[in-house]
Write a protein that binds this ligand. Sequence first.
Ligand code: ADP
Ligand code: ADP
Length: 220
Amino acid sequence: MIQFERVSKRYEEGHDALREISLEIARDELVFLTGHSGAGKSTLLRLIMLMDRPTRGKVRVDGRDLSTIGSRGIPLHRRQIGVVFQNHQLLYDRNVFDNVALPLVIAGYDQREIGRRVRAALDKVGLLARERALPVTLSGGEQQRVGIARAVVGRPRILLADEPTGNLDPNLSAEIMSLFEAFNQVGVTVLIASHDLALISRLQHRIITLRDGQLMGGAA
Ligand code: ADP
Ligand code: ADP
């Protein structure tokens, strides 16, 4: 589903954020991406969602070489990818329903379909009862689940998460990871950047480790 072929990324200041990364993530996988702060985890995720382009090498998603996608093709490419951030990036003046509906509104879905899909997504993350709540009235774990519902509401084939448990205590972090596992079990390819080694090493999934932009052993 996701392939990197000798991918390097050098930022303008001359710093190599990624060096010769080759890896492959299969359709049915949930993979953790770990490494110290500055190791290149976010950069790797940004290349997959075309928020950035590699300096050298090839990135493929679902067999498609991303260098063949021009700027006009980016919105369509992103529609197959759901993204979850550490700080939720919720709109605090909109309720839970409206936050989750946002990607569908932007994509131009009609009202009925939006209602149906938003409630299906809220149901999956256990927040159906809170659809009218404002984000500030929710706990940190609930806010993160709103972020996950928003990421999956368009039924993406790929789910990317950047430190999704960064602000949560261990129990809530484990709950959030089980949600990702549930989406993986229904066929979503999941890639989670996390430096919570205690948590991710307890879960039975492949771990890819970056150090100074390079892959440590273990990735195919
Ligand atoms: P991580 O997510 O593992 O903390 P990042 O991918 O954010 O690592 O960063 C990798 C390296 O690239 C770091 O040294 C960081 O300072 C640098 N970097 C990240 N984004 C940019 C940018 N937009 N411009 C310049 N350097 C950047
Ligand atoms: P519906 O067909 O009513 O939308 P589904 O159970 O098929 O109900 O999906 C509901 C929700 O499941 C979606 O809105 C989305 O939140 C989440 N989802 C995301 N990706 C997938 C997937 N590949 N398969 C099933 N559900 C997914």
